[in-house]
Design a protein around this ligand. Structure first.
Ligand code: SAH
Length: 345
């Protein structure tokens, strides 16, 4: 079995290289090369050919291919369809903000969570990504744009907490100062609410931002749009979130996709405000993106503003998310789905 060097934590890489008879400094050297986006040992020019050949017998440098790339004419948002080594495809999106460049990355090929409004879950879960495949999205997007990516959001295809160990390893590796050196405070992870894993994440002592896809103020509504709610209901989820805030002292961000006639009434807003009262949190309101197969519609601008104003008047921090890359299917799973259906973009 060949080892993908990006699947190893820094400590595992050190141990692996020591077992190969290499000096201690070699791990730093190689870890840094990997982060720069080399595609093989040949490019590690400060390591002897003999050593490179020896390492290539037992390990390799994984890559991902840019299969499609779309750049928004509106705001430069860049969407990648990346092809993995086994031919599966995932999506990543690079967004340009005043405070820096941010990438939204995938954690799985497909998803098994079944949210009714989401395109990523339509074909179910194919497989989870390895730690190296998650990291490769950041490495090769950064190499392609030629500028430093400073922020990461794990909000692409897949449920990151359903791929817990690989995601945690990725977070350690992307944060390592020898590599990409992206601060935990510049990383957000979004979950549909796997409560047991939220408790585990709180114990990792990584000051990342947790986003929770809530989308409903009560079980009745949440049950109809998010199957995960039958496993962990709203009360259990909110309890885990309160624990997360207590343990990490980090503010939680709640995602709330507004779906016309489903969860966007003023009463829904009032119920949501009551649910979140006193929590260190922020609500991100997202007008639902229409997905052909799903039939959900976004409400009017006025309705969305009314929802937001109700929350704010009841003391809940809330903003309506700005849409980026609306001309290039930049949201969740939409591009991969189109390609699988043979429609192109
Ligand atoms: N599995 C994770 C992360 C991926 S989805 C999670 O559930 O949080 C990223 C965000 O986009 C989630 O909040 C998800 O609920 C939301 N989302 C998915 N499809 C959407 C759509 N059609 N319109 C608006 N938001 C959507």
């Amino acid at each position: 079995m060949m080892i993908d060097l990006k699947d190893l934590s820094f400590e595992e890489l050190q141990e692996f290289l020591q077992n190969q008879g290499e000096p201690k400094f070699r791990a730093k050297q190689i870890f840094a090369w990997l982060a720069r986006g080399v595609t093989g040992f040949d490019e590690m020019t400060d390591i002897s050919v003999k050593t490179r050949e020896k390492l290539a017998e037992v390990s390799y440098v994984s890559t991902i291919k840019i299969r499609e790339k779309y750049v928004s004419k509106l705001d430069k948002t860049t969407k990648y369809l990346f092809e993995l080594e086994d031919g599966n495809c995932i999506e990543s999106v690079v967004m340009y903000y005043k405070h820096g460049i941010s990438i939204c990355i995938s954690s799985q090929v497909g998803c098994r969570m079944g949210c009714k409004f989401c395109a990523s879950t339509i074909g179910g879960l194919y497989r989870s990504l390895t730690a190296g495949e998650i990291l490769n999205q950041v490495i090769f997007a950064q190499k392609d744009i030629g500028e430093r990516i400073s922020n990461i959001v794990m909000m692409g295809i897949g449920e990151p907490l359903d791929n817990y160990d690989n995601v945690i390893k990725f977070l350690h590796n992307v944060n390592n100062e020898v590599g990409l050196n992206i601060g935990y405070r510049h990383i957000s992870l979004s979950t549909c609410g796997l409560v047991d894993k939220i408790y585990a994440l709180a114990e990792e002592k990584m000051p990342i931002t947790l986003s929770v896809s809530l989308h409903a103020p009560n079980d009745d509504i949440r049950n109809t749009i998010m199957p995960v709610n039958s496993k962990y209901n709203v009360a259990e989820l909110i309890k885990a979130c309160r624990d997360y805030i207590d343990t990490t002292t980090r503010r939680i961000s709640f995602e709330y996709s507004l779906i016309s006639g489903v969860n966007d009434s003023v009463d829904n807003a009032k119920e949501l405000a009551k649910l979140l009262k006193g929590m260190l949190c922020h609500v991100n309101l997202i007008p639902v993106n229409k997905v052909k197969e799903r039939g959900f519609e976004k409400g009017t601008k006025a309705q969305i503003e009314k929802f937001r104003n109700t929350l704010v008047s009841l003391g809940i921090n809330a903003t309506v998310r700005r849409e980026l890359g609306s001309d290039i299917s930049a949201s969740c799973g939409q591009l991969r789905k189109k390609i699988l259906d043979g429609e192109g973009n």
